[in-house]
Write a protein that binds this ligand. Structure first.
Ligand code: UGA
Length: 438
């Protein structure tokens, strides 16, 4: 099928390359000329496993092209809207200007029988505001939210764990077109849920709200564990054995960040308030507050471990990305911790396998270096993103290069006993492992 993908960021670039890889003819469109240049040469503008290979294959096959010109969407019969919906400046609500702009630019090129497919995460009630413009061109509108996780984006796009189509009442035509687009995923077992616009929009934000709530729940338990001598990692293992609860997304630590969960729960709260149902999701404010408190707790722990002040102490901050296998530092707890410590006068040297360039663009005041540079002579080591290379560090070898063997495991990802055995003062979040066994 001939497909256009409007917006070539974390979502659109992966979506375009993945659709080309399953045989479609795809044009990716973005207003950012540098991004389009890179993508056209097969260079991925983001760090995402498997994406570079998919881009090169797609371009070589002739099935994947990129452009800054919306008129190039004219030949496509399906148009995916994959632009960002960031948090509005100074408010919790979603900034819909890119979505509105994409519709305004695309609508003049629509022809009879085209299907416009919204993928961007939007507040419930957004699709309905665009349907008249699309239908006036004889085209159809569907809302088809995306559930991909960064770091697994290609896999999640090619074989999603579910497909949700929000369609106008009785629009069988769009359902059939989307089933054709996703034929490979459907054949390999991805279930399809057909519903209305509002439900499709809500499925997306409620899924992210649930995930954020699960993480903040376990982080709230970490706060209780810290004052009672309990161990939150054992607690998570124990409650996670109950299938109704499940162990996934129960990792206590410095909390969630990224371009999705934080801004999505804030936008959901703002939208519910607009709808007069603020109280229904008032708990999401608490979820947000618990999450942000964990960043402060990490700073507190470092301060405590360093005897009450971080001033002039060298702190190695291992990790800047909001999670491993990503270079994304949007609302990253790791970067935030580095900035806070630096602000308190610590001599921070921050490192990350992929996210230094993005961090430097936001916070040029920080000192960045390699892992070795960060660790050399450090008074404390803080692991804030659980990259495999940090989990695999040899505590005995690292002991040789630091000044003081103090490690703060802000992701509870290290082998606490191994570090304690190698002579380290170990502090996790919500765990009693200091200088001893878990
Ligand atoms: C999230 C959702 O998981 C995706 O389903 C959704 O499609 C995406 O947002 C989106 O809306 O586009 P993502 O932002 O890639 O995906 O990251 P997650 O894997 O959900 O992790 C979010 C944050 O939670 C990370 O900072 C991670 O470190 C943290 N986290 C995750 C925890 O602190 N504890 C956990 O147990 C799990």
């Amino acid at each position: 099928m001939k497909i256009s993908v409007i917006g070539c960021g974390y979502l659109g670039s992966v979506h375009a390359a993945s659709l080309a890889s399953v045989g479609h003819d795809v044009i990716g469109i973005d207003v950012d000329a540098d991004k389009i240049d890179a993508l056209s040469q097969g260079r991925s503008p983001i760090f995402e496993p498997d994406l570079p290979e998919l881009l090169s294959e797609g371009i070589a096959s002739g099935r994947l092209r990129f452009s800054t010109n919306m008129a190039d969407a004219r030949d496509a019969e399906l148009h995916f809207i994959a632009v960002g919906t960031p948090q509005s400046a100074g408010a919790g609500s979603a900034d819909l200007s890119y979505v509105d702009g994409a519709f305004d630019d695309l609508v003049p090129y629509l022809t009879e029988g085209d299907v416009v497919v919204g993928k961007s995460t939007v507040p419930v009630g957004t699709a309905v505001t665009h349907v008249a413009d699309v239908e006036a061109r004889g085209a159809h509108l569907v809302w088809n939210p995306e559930f991909l996780r960064e770091g697994f984006a290609v896999k999640d796009t090619i074989r999603p764990d579910r497909l949700v189509y929000g369609v106008a009442y009785g629009d069988e035509y769009s359902v059939q077109k989307l089933n054709e687009v996703y034929a490979t995923a459907i054949e390999s077992g991805s279930p399809v849920i057909v519903t209305d616009f509002a439900t499709a929009e809500l499925v997306k934000v409620s899924a992210n709200a649930f995930l954020a709530t699960k993480i903040s729940f376990i982080n709230a338990m970490a706060e209780i564990a810290e004052v009672t001598g309990a161990d939150v990692t054992k607690l998570a293992d124990a409650i996670g054995h109950d299938n109704r609860i499940g162990r996934k997304f129960l990792n206590a630590g410095v909390g969630f960040g990224g371009g999705c969960l934080p801004k999505d729960i804030r936008a959901f709260t703002a939208r519910a308030e607009e709808l007069g149902r603020g109280e229904s999701v008032a708990f999401l404010k608490e979820v947000d507050a618990i999450n942000l408190r964990r960043r402060e707790r990490v700073v507190e722990l470092v301060t405590e471990e360093l005897g009450g002040s971080v001033f002039q102490k060298k702190v190695a901050v291992l990790g800047l990305a909001f999670k491993p296998n990503s270079d994304d530092v949007r609302d990253s707890p790791a970067l935030d911790v580095a900035v806070r410590l630096n602000g308190l006068g610590a001599k921070v040297v921050a490192t990350d396998p992929e996210a230094i360039a993005n961090s430097r663009a936001l916070h040029p005041q920080l000192v960045y270096g390699t892992t070795d540079e960060a660790l050399a002579g450090a008074d404390a080591v803080v692991v804030v993103t659980e990259w495999p290379e940090y989990k695999q560090l040899d505590p005995a070898a690292v002991h040789e290069v630091v000044r003081t063997p103090i490690v703060i495991d802000a992701r509870n990802c290290l082998d606490a006993d191994a570090w304690a055995d190698a002579g380290w003062e170990y502090a996790g979040l919500g765990r009693q492992v200091k200088n001893g066994r878990a």
